[in-house]
Write a protein that binds this ligand. Structure first.
Ligand code: NAD
Length: 473
């Protein structure tokens, strides 16, 4: 039987070999991996996805019972859309950006060139096991990098198909996959990558950033947390119920930007709860057994979720819908009377449990949001523009959805990311391209007058410096 030391050595060797192969190609890629080659690479990726669509759907269904429609909607379309968007805009993103001279740089020209960072590491989570591994790859390739992908070990069928697809579509000098769990990640994180793109929990995000500090690799951290949702007094209640039910129960709530809990204004509480129950009944009639509801990914996560419920119930909360967990199936669950002593009040829920909290005073709600770590997403349902703007101005979060949930993720023109504990840096579209690029400043001297003030600092030079100070200071 292999020991953990054997396993660590195996991963260290595998990671070092994959890294060395990609590193050896960096200089050649800088010169040869132009817009046409990058577009070809993206086209190969799109073709691989189309060819393997059925296998991908089967893999994600096997890993956690994800419904086919949700796989198409949330795993395949977003990646194909990213590929199309990057292919279309690549040339413009790569174009040298001229910078006008300032007074101090008189006599020079300057530009910024976006250049590939080099060899990048992508570490992915299990909850969107395909799109969160391959979406960042689109940006990495568009920006001219090579990449090593480490998919999540919690979704082994999807991890295996990603490994096979990448092997078939790319030379390992450009893209390679290392499968495994913590030992694989740890071996990879010890290597001097040029950029690390990590998606996962804030706790592991800290480990990744500490590892990156040793090599001074730049990082993009796509993390999680509790995303609050506010239903205001003038919200369109049916619209709010439909979007909140979709955002919370798609992927069985195992979504980084799912509404974590909902604050509902006292004046609309009854109407909102009635509309929400109706929506849940229509969407997932049979509760936990619905074919349109994904499974909880594994026993550990199912036990964590039932533990959250047990703790809340023991401390006085009321489950008003659902609540049962059998064999990793959990029905959409509503819970009321949450208090700060309960774990569910501060842990990221990451499952199909929605606490409903009634409020009268919006200032108390924004105060509570600000007293916690900055959320990845904040959702506001209301028809009063002034109230919506006031909430946005009074809070901070990675993104904001107004009268919708989740859809901000799919807009290729918007940067997607968190802030502090919910993330550092951004992904998608141009923001993703920039995350995987170094903006290199280039300045060219034509007739700069600066040599006039070079030493020795004679009285004449000092007078000139004084003149400069008068003009520039
Ligand atoms: P996780 O942090 O446990 O794991 C993510 C990756 O890190 C996996 O590949 C795993 O193998 C690796 N890993 C785990 N422990 C490690 C360690 N000690 N050292 C090095 N690597 C390690 O996250 P998860 O459970 O897969 O995903 C859920 C979390 O991810 C939630 O917090 C969720 O909010 C967050 N998330 C964020 C986004 C986003 O875009 N911001 C998207 C999806 C999920």
């Amino acid at each position: 039987m292999a020991t953990s030391t054997d396993e660590a050595t195996l991963f260290t060797n595998q990671a070092a070999a994959a890294f060395a192969l990609q590193k050896a190609g960096v200089i050649a890629r800088r010169q040869l991996f132009g817009p046409a080659e990058r577009r070809d690479a993206l086209e190969s990726l799109a073709a691989a996805i189309r060819q393997n669509e059925a296998a991908l759907i089967a893999a994600m269904a096997a890993d956690f019972g994800k419904p086919e429609a949700e796989i198409i909607l949330t795993e395949l379309i977003p990646v194909l859309q990213e590929i199309r968007h990057a292919s279309r805009h690549l040339k413009r993103w790569m174009r040298l950006r001229r910078v006008l001279p300032t007074l101090a740089s008189f006599g020079t020209t300057a530009y910024v060139r976006s250049e590939a960072r080099g060899v990048c590491l992508i570490i992915a989570p299990w909850n969107y096991p395909f799109s969160l591994a391959i979406g960042p790859l689109v940006s990495a390739l568009a920006a001219g990098n090579s990449a090593i992908i480490k998919p999540s070990e919690m979704t082994p069928a999807t991890s295996a198909i990603i490994a096979r697809m990448m092997k078939d579509a790319f030379h390992p000098e450009l893209v390679t996959v290392i499968e495994g769990g913590v030992a694989a990640s740890t071996a990879l994180l010890a290597l001097p990558f040029d950029h690390i793109f990590f998606t996962g929990s804030p706790a592991v995000g800290r480990i990744v950033m500490a590892a990156a500090a040793k090599t001074l690799a730049s990082v993009t951290l796509e993390l999680g947390g509790k995303s609050p949702t506010i239903v205001g007094p003038d919200a369109d209640i049916r619209q709010a119920a439909a979007w909140i039910a979709f955002g919370k129960f798609a992927n069985a709530g195992q979504t980084c930007i799912a509404p974590d809990h909902v604050f509902v204004h006292a004046s609309v509480k009854d109407a909102f709860l009635a509309a929400l129950r109706e929506r849940i009944r229509r969407a997932y009639g049979d509760g936990a057994a619905s074919p349109d509801l994904a499974r909880i990914v594994n026993d550990l996560q199912a036990r964590r979720l039932s533990g959250l419920l047990r703790d809340a119930l023991a401390k006085g909360a009321r489950v008003t819908l659902g609540g049962a967990v059998h064999d990793c199936h959990m029905a959409p669950t509503l819970i009321e009377a949450i208090t700060p002593e309960m774990d569910i009040d501060h842990d990221e829920i990451f499952g199909p449990i929605l606490p409903v909290i009634v409020y009268d005073d919006i200032d108390a709600v924004t105060h509570q949001i600000n007293a916690r770590t900055k959320p990845l997403a904040l959702y506001v349902f209301d028809t009063s523009r002034a109230r919506i703007n006031a909430i946005i101005a009074a809070t901070s979060s990675g993104s904001v959805g107004v009268n919708l949930t989740m859809a901000q993720f799919t807009h290729t023109g918007l940067p997607f990311g968190g802030v502090n504990t919910s993330g550092i840096g951004a992904a998608h579209g141009h923001a993703g391209f920039r995350a995987f690029s170094h903006e290199r400043a280039v300045m060219i001297n034509r007739y700069s007058p600066l040599p006039m003030i070079f030493p020795p600092y004679t009285p004449r030079v000092k007078r000139l410096i004084g003149l400069f100070k008068g003009i520039l200071g």
